[in-house]
Design a protein around this ligand. Structure first.
Ligand SMILES: [Zn+2]
Length: 106
């Protein structure tokens, strides 16, 4: 039962990310679907894989990388969708979260 619930919310988040006009943060998704932010990141990780698989590589979950608001450092090499807690360059915790949407690959 639990897994089915997750499946359906993942489908709803997937459709939301396909239809959204501009990239949205996990916080936006959490608010829209009334779930916790850490849960959204888990869903995004699974959505990234399922979108790629189901579209045969034609579509992808795109991520605008998180950025340090203090020094402008960009977290380019993230393996997973997440919001880093601290900037490695200036140690600031004032981090602009990553943003997501689903688009066809050019
Ligand atoms: Zn910084």
């Amino acid at each position: 039962m639990v897994e089915r619930t997750y499946e359906s919310i993942r489908e709803r988040i997937t459709r939301f990310l396909e239809e959204v006009e501009g990239p949205v943060s996990a916080e936006d998704i959490a608010r829209t679907f009334e779930v916790d932010v850490p849960e959204v990141y888990i869903h995004l990780e699974h959505i990234a894989k399922s979108v790629r698989r189901e579209s045969g590589g034609g579509k992808a979950l795109m991520m605008t990388p998180p950025m340090c608001r203090k020094c402008g450092y960009i977290f380019k090499d993230l393996e997973k969708p997440k919001k880093p807690s601290k900037c490695p360059r200036c140690k600031s915790e004032w981090i602009e979260p990553p943003r997501f949407l689903i688009r066809s690959r050019e």
